[in-house]
Design a binder for this molecule. Structure first.
Ligand code: GDP
Length: 703
């Protein structure tokens, strides 16, 4: 067998957006126009195609990151010509910020993205966050300003907010005819044609001459577009300056190059709900976003020696490599491991090596997911996105590869959870089932942690936000039939040190029989936020024999996990072990472990250990009448207002607020604004807890 589709005709893309910008609606239109889904479900009717999990439908948000394959020939809306068909793998990304980790893992495996904006709100806080993440993962993208039909929508203002807040490299390739309720057609500035959408769900794309009334404006915008594009291509620039008319093909090719190298970002417009413009977005995906061969080779390391850097190219004759980016439990086939293949090819029935777990996995079945059917496939090629069935030891972020060419692909880094709750089953008999079910859910979602509290024996779940944990508890009930009692959410505080300090501990016991002797001298150094823990062994001349060093490190780590202020883990510090002594007979691993642990505790206190709390970035949208009340309330929650902004009919407040003050905020906001305010929140950074509040936490007064 050989590959069906040339890899140049693949587009592995995601649609990313602020919640409510219209990602789900746009995705559904994509599936409809690509001809796979023939019946379309509106979000509010709860029949969205990509959202198959029950509570996603109820909440109207998309949590899981499924991949769906569809096909598109740009400009050929009747799909007559199969020769120019492209395979688009649409990787679903969640819109709610509590699930940024899901966004991240999808960004990791996609080659390009469509960023959807609300044409009324323009760039919102979360759009900025996802935008920065896409920057971090070097994802080329096109923008789609959606909802141009809504009252208050503005192409110019939305574009301006993209220029102001995200990038000056955004270039409009379209211009609207009419806006708000008069929005009737889209001018394609490349072809200088007007486009309207008629028939069922706007499936008939009709091109016509730009009406006289819009011609002036269209010419102006085309001029801007052409200047921006030719500026990125010297040869084109020269021709342009010589007065030559640049062809649409040349402009597209130059814009494609500039988009892939992050120099330009094409901006498109439309309204998904009213069926205008989505086909042109699909065209743009093919025209401007990269295929797997247009992006840099994937990097990794040799599993046997991390120092050896390796690369894999999107070629069928290289060793097979793939990254697992999503584990899902399917009621019919069991565990599905979604993976993106980066190099080589692989036939089902063979074995793949998981270079992270070290296990071999037999691949009995491979599925390609379409929106409403699964296709059994025999083989996987570089660039493909597929689901492997029934893998046992593979989780998100693991590499699966050819045993003959092992590699560990760059891992996906997830943020630390900031909030936790205690759970217990309503029925005692469900204890074991709850544990097993949680373990399953955790395999799917690496940002969610579970732990058994040593003292109370209760199960503690931690995650990215209240909603994140709510959904997990909900899934326990729905999917596994385990009903639970849930405690109040708790903030995941941390501890850290303020300054450097020296510490020493000589742990000596000589009471009959064999004694104990461990003696260590350490230095503690404060590290930047987010740096974690570093242990450095500087013992020279054997003042402590090498075999005891791991025990000392272990003692230090255990003490750090317990903290010294209020029982929260110590983070962001470096511990240097530089001296000590030992006893020929009495020294033992145990004695050194205790000495390490005690020295750390002593040192941390000397170094000004204090509590850290998660600070959230908050965005609240309210009608102007409520502005004062909402600001007052945010301030009372120790919030710092950073900015307020005017939008048509509403005010937007940007603030930084400690998470501990924000439980059930959505409910109180609702009552404060007669149900008219909305908010979104995401983790920003950890900050020192003020003295009086720290006191309350230490004394256990603050729950
Ligand atoms: P998501 O949260 O980004 O997935 O957004 P949805 O697709 O669920 O859309 C959020 C809401 O906006 C829904 O009520 C949609 O019906 C509505 N919506 C989506 N696209 C448009 C549009 O182009 N115009 C208007 N007026 N509403 C839209």
């Amino acid at each position: 067998m050989s590959r069906q589709y040339p890899i140049e005709k693949y587009r592995n893309i995601g649609i990313i957006a602020h919640i409510d910008a219209g990602k789900t609606t746009t995705s559904e239109r994509v599936l409809f126009y690509t001809g796979i889904s023939h019946k379309i479900g509106e979000v509010h009717e709860g029949a969205a195609i990509m959202d198959w999990m029950e509570q996603e439908r109820e909440r109207g948000i998309t949590i899981t990151s499924a991949a769906t394959t569809c096909f598109w020939s740009p400009g050929d809306y009747l799909k007559k010509d199969k020769t120019n068909e492209h395979r688009i793998n649409l990787i679903d990304t969640p819109g709610h910020i509590d699930f940024t980790a899901e966004v991240q893992r999808s960004l990791r495996v996609l080659d390009g993205a469509v960023v959807v904006f609300d044409g009324v709100a323009g760039v919102e806080a979360q759009s900025e966050t996802v935008w920065r993440q896409a920057d971090r993962y070097h994802v080329p993208r096109v923008c789609f300003i959606n909802k141009l039909d809504r009252m208050g929508a503005s192409f110019e203002k939305s574009l301006q907010s993209i220029w102001d807040k995200l990038t000056i490299n955004a270039v409009a390739v379209q211009y609207p005819i009419g806006q708000e309720e008069d929005f009737s057609a889209i001018i394609d500035l490349m072809e200088m044609k007007a486009v309207k959408f008629e028939g069922e769900m706007g499936k008939d794309v009709i091109k016509f001459d730009i009406p006289e009334s819009s011609l002036e404006e269209a010419k102006k915008w085309r001029h801007k577009m052409v200047e921006k594009i030719v500026a990125e291509d010297e040869a084109l620039m020269e021709r342009y300056l010589n007065g030559e008319e640049i062809s649409v093909e040349d402009l597209r090719a130059a814009l494609r190059k500039a988009t892939i190298s992050y120099k330009l970002i094409p901006v498109l417009i439309g309204t998904s709900l009213r069926n205008k413009g989505v086909q042109l977005v699909l065209d743009a995906v093919v025209y401007y976003l990269p295929s797997p061969v247009d992006v840099p080779a994937i990097k990794g390391v040799d599993p046997n020696d991390e120092e050896i850097k390796l690369e894999r190219h999107p070629k069928d004759d290289e060793p097979f490599s793939a990254l697992a980016f999503k584990i899902a439990t399917d009621p019919f086939v069991g565990t599905l491991t979604y993976a993106r293949a980066y190099s080589g090819h692989f036939n089902k029935g063979g074995y793949l090596l998981n270079t992270v777990s070290g296990e071999r996995e037999r691949i009995g079945r491979i599925l390609r997911m379409h929106s409403n059917e699964r296709e059994e496939v025999e083989e996987v090629y570089a660039g493909d996105i597929v689901a492997f069935v029934g893998l046992k030891n593979t989780t998100t972020g693991h590499t699966l590869c050819d045993e003959a060419g092992p590699i560990v692909l760059e891992k996906i880094v997830f943020p630390e959870p900031v909030i936790s709750i205690q759970v217990e089953p309503k029925a005692k008999a469900d204890q074991e089932k709850m544990g097993a079910s949680l373990k399953k859910l955790q395999e799917e979602d690496p940002t969610f942690r579970m732990e058994t509290n040593q003292e109370s024996g209760e199960m503690v779940l931690s995650g990215m936000g209240e909603l994140h944990l709510e959904i997990i508890v909900d899934r326990l009930k729905r999917e596994f039939g385990v009903e639970t009692n849930v405690g109040r959410p708790q903030v995941s505080y941390r501890e850290t040190i303020e300054r450097n300090a020296d510490a020493e501990c000589k742990y000596v016991k000589q009471t009959g029989g064999r004694g104990q002797y461990g003696h260590v001298k350490i230095k503690l150094e404060a590290l930047e936020r987010g740096k974690g823990f570093e242990f450095v062994n500087e013992i020279k001349g054997g003042s402590i024999p090498r075999e005891y060093i791991p025990a000392i490190e272990k003692g230090i780590k255990e003490a750090m996990a317990k903290g010294v202020v209020a029982g929260y883990p110590l983070v962001d510090m470096k511990v240097i072990l530089w001296d000590g002594s030992f006893h020929e007979v009495d020294s033992s691993e145990m004695a050194f472990k205790i000495a390490g642990s005690m020295a750390l505790q002593d040192g941390a206190k000397k170094a000004g250990a204090h509590l850290l709390e998660p600070i959230m970035k908050l965005e609240v949208v309210v009608p102007p009448d409520f502005l004062g009340d909402v600001i007052g309330d945010v301030s009372a929650r120790r919030g710092q207002i950073e900015e307020t902004e005017d939008r048509p009919g509403v005010k937007v407040i940007y603030a930084k607020v400690p998470l501990s003050e924000m439980f059930s905020y959505t409910t109180s906001l609702r009552s404060l604004t007669q149900g008219r305010g909305t908010s979104s929140m995401e983790f920003d950074h950890y900050e020192k807890v003020p003295g009086n509040i720290s006191q309350e936490i230490v004394e256990g007064k603050r729950k």
